[in-house]
Design a protein around this ligand. Structure first.
Ligand code: PNS
Length: 161
């Protein structure tokens, strides 16, 4: 069985992330969605909340496991016996960072391949940071994030008069 890791901050998970998880789950036997625990950049949501939101949004996918990791991604991927790391690509602006990360990971661990999934065109504009900003300002995030994430965001967003 081919195992893949889909790592990220997921702060919070968007519909674009879930689309990639669904497509990865149809290609691989098992997909570990790995939420980074100690990112250099401070996350808005705690990692347990980020995991809870992902679990709620992926419960229909039987071969997807929501997990967390800290330290080097390749160490985690080796521990899980993964043959691939999945990353999503939205625009050319993603490319430089993703290219650098993929080549660095390959240098450290040539046996694990990074595989890029092109974004669903309807999600090409979406990012977690945009979603956070909209929610903080009390704007609508419906259709941008899964329903359970929308509920969590509403808890933190200002109520409109
Ligand atoms: O969703 P993000 O924030 O773009 O995800 C970035 C992530 C978590 C995949 C990346 O920062 C990562 O893999 N961090 C773990 C540390 C590591 O392995 N670094 C070396 C490879 S660049």
């Amino acid at each position: 069985m081919k195992i893949a890791i889909y790592p990220g901050s997921f702060d919070p998970a968007t519909c674009g992330h879930i689309d990639i998880i669904e497509r990865a789950a149809s290609v691989f036997g098992k997909v570990y969605v790995a939420v980074i625990k100690n990112p250099e950049k401070k996350a808005e949501f705690g990692f347990e909340d980020r995991m809870k939101m992902l679990k709620g949004a992926t419960k229909h996918l039987k071969n997807v496991v929501i997990d967390s990791f800290s330290g080097l991604l390749i160490d985690y991927a080796k521990k899980k016996k993964a043959s691939a790391i999945i990353r999503g690509l939205r625009a050319v602006s993603d490319f430089e960072y993703e290219f650098q990360m993929a080549l660095t990971n390959r240098k450290m661990c040539p046996e694990i391949e990074t595989i890029f999934f092109m974004t669903g065109s309807q999600y090409a504009y979406l990012s977690s940071s945009m979603v956070r900003q909209i929610a903080k300002l009390g704007g609508p995030v419906s259709g941008m994030v899964p329903k359970n994430v929308e509920k969590e965001l509403k808890k933190t967003s200002p109520t409109k008069a």
